[in-house]
Structures are given as C-alpha cells and as structure tokens.
Design a protein around this ligand. Structure first.
Ligand SMILES: C[S@@+](CC[C@H](N)C(=O)[O-])C[C@H]1O[C@@H](n2cnc3c(N)ncnc32)[C@H](O)[C@@H]1O
Length: 332
C-alpha cells in the first residue's frame, strides 16, 4: 500500500496531530492529543483511539487517492504510552537512562571501551568491526550510554529512540564532551526516515520487549544495513515473563502467566493502573522463534550468541535471563 502523509497541523500543547478536517468521510480518522483523553478529531463519533504524538501514518483507502485516509492500526497507542513511560524513567533515574561520565568518554577516545546489550556482560570486541568512520545506528538506544561511547571510539553515530528524554541524555554527553551524535525520535519498527543501505552496524540493547511485534524491527534493520553490516541485539528471555513480578520483587519465584505475555492482556486493570501510576513501560514477550528465526526470516545470518543475567534480579539465581545475538547481512 502506498502511504501518503497529508498536512496535519500539530497540537501546540502536546506536539501531536490534529485531524485537518471535521469530515465524517474520513472514516478511520480518529486522532486524540497525546494524553489520550482530549479528542482533537472524532470523525468516527464514539470511537476513541489514541495515536499519540508518535506518528500518524496515513494512506487512502485504496492506496491511490489522497483525499480519504485511514489511520494506521492503533499499536501506536503503546508507543505513545511507552514514550511517556520512558520519559518518566529518565526523571526517576532508571539505571538505563544514566549518562556515562567524561572519564568513560576519555578512555573510549583512547581506545579503552566496552558497551552492553544486556545488563552485565560487555559485548565481545570481536563483534565490532573497526569503528572509526563507520555509520552506527543505536536503535532504541538512548540514555547517554552506548551511543556516546561508540561516538568517542570514532563511529558516526545516529540514535533512534522513542523517548525524547532518552535522546536528550545522549545529547547531554555530546555537548559536555564534544561529540557528534544524531538523535532521531521515532519507533524502532519504522525506519523509513533512513534510506536503504545507510549503516554498517545496528546496536539494539534490550528493547523489543516494549513493542508488540518484532518482525518489523528486524526487516527494517536489514533494509537500512549495508551488505556485510551487522545487527547486535540484546533480548530478555521470554521465560522471564511467566513469573509473578510482584512476588519476584519479594524474592518469591511463582509461575503466574502463560506465554505470550503482555501487561495489557495478563494483568488485572488494577495492576495495569499501578504500572501506569509508576510510569512503568508496558512489556510484551516474544518467542525465541520470533527473536531468532525472525532475524533469519529478514535475511540475516546468525553469527554468535551469548547469555547474561542481572545479579540484582532474583530469577538470575535460576537461569540466564538475557541473551544477545550477532547477525550479519550477507555481502552481495
Ligand atoms: C532498556 S532502554 C535501552 C537503552 C539503554 N541505554 C540500555 O543500555 O539498555 C529501552 C529503550 O527503548 C526505547 N524504546 C521503547 N519503545 C521504543 C520504540 N517503540 N521505538 C524506539 N525506541 C523505543 C526506550 O525509550 C528506551 O530508551
């Protein structure tokens, strides 16, 4: 389907989209402000769907005309929610949002550096090609951590992340330590802002658990990598999500949920409200088949894999809760 992007005025308060017409013929055009509570356009009276401030991808019904549009499926509601949640995580000082120090950057400039895709184990240096001059995409990798280190090690780094505040953490380090990092706010499932064959390395720390479907992430990563380019991903083992999270925090390991898991389908309304009140992002499990075969289906060849854990997590006493993969786009 051809997508056309009509001119949609932005809501000045929330930096999101308002429908340009109050026209009932726009059957699917239902756009609210980014709080999800103030409908800016309700052409389809009674239906409220929140597309947030992330994107309103629109196409005409046939894919040909440009005067009638449908708005893409409402998965963006999740991205809009998780955007706010990660902004909140920055405010709360979540450890994945805390910028590295100038000392770390100075060492990286002198060739001493490591980065993580998972909580603890540094990514083997053998996974990286020689960085100076290479184009690296930090995918969902804001937070002032990996991107500034890779930039200090000589790479030309672009970061695409859903959270403005996570991106700002990278820029904070860039300003402080004199680095260049290109920051783009967007959804990891849609890399249409990049041309095909744009990057040599894509670095994607644990983050696909924040989107409901993962195949688009791999397909898009494959498209924007150059032949011979590498995709490094960190993942949470899906088994992690079968346990009762509240009990885990009390040190009890109790199996509670069947897979596939999503906060929105497995938790009670009260439990979801607690997550929302705490500004916690919503998570989704993805099967190992989706995570591993999904990369192969996109065309990647899997080169390596390691497992990791997080010492502070109770479950790490029982299994490696995280793993990382290295995949390559075949050189043509
Ligand atoms: C665990 S953090 C990863 C970054 C962190 N520096 C690290 O080392 O783990 C997860 C990141 O995924 C981002 N994220 C969540 N949903 C996203 C989406 N749909 N598209 C792009 N980024 C997303 C969050 O904003 C957050 O920065």
């Amino acid at each position: 389907m051809n997508f056309a992007q009509p001119t949609i005025p932005r809501c000045e308060i929330h930096d999101c989209f308002a429908c340009p017409v109050g026209d009932a013929s726009w059957k699917e055009c239902v756009v609210t402000d980014c709080t999800g509570t103030l409908p800016l356009c309700r052409c389809n009276a009674g239906v409220k769907r929140h597309f947030g401030c992330l994107r309103v991808v629109v196409a005409d019904v046939t894919g040909m005309n440009t005067d009638r549009f449908v708005v893409e499926e409402s998965v963006d509601e999740i991205a809009a929610y998780n955007r706010r949640a990660w902004d909140t995580q920055v405010a709360k000082g979540n450890c994945w949002t805390i910028p590295v120090t100038s000392e770390v950057i100075e060492l990286a400039r002198n060739g001493t550096w490591d980065v993580v895709l998972t909580p603890q184990k540094p990514v083997p240096r053998s996974w990286f090609p020689k960085l100076p001059g290479l184009d690296v995409l930090g995918l969902a990798s804001g937070g002032g951590q990996q991107a500034p280190i890779l930039a200090a090690a000589g790479a030309c780094v672009t970061v695409l992340d859903n959270s403005a505040r996570q991106l700002e953490q990278d820029q904070l380090v860039a300003r402080r330590d004199g680095l260049q990092i290109r920051s783009i706010q967007g959804d990891m499932r849609d890399l249409s802002c990049f041309a095909a064959d744009s990057f040599d390395v894509i670095f994607n720390p644990c983050s696909v658990s924040f989107v409901p479907e993962v195949q688009a992430v791999f397909d898009e990563a494959y498209r924007v990598l150059r032949p011979g380019g590498v995709l490094m991903c960190g993942f949470m083992n899906p088994v992690r999500l079968i346990f009762d999270e509240d009990e885990l925090e009390r040190g009890q390991v109790i199996v509670r949920h069947a897979l596939p898991y999503a906060d929105q389908t497995r938790l009670s309304a009260e439990a979801q409200d607690r997550l929302k009140a705490a500004g916690e992002p919503f998570v989704f499990s993805h099967s190992l088949e989706d995570l591993i075969s999904g990369q192969l289906r996109s065309g990647f060849v899997l080169r390596d894999l390691f497992e990791d854990q997080a010492d502070e997590e109770k479950l790490s006493e029982f299994l490696p809760v995280y793993f990382a993969t290295l995949a390559v786009k075949n050189a043509e």
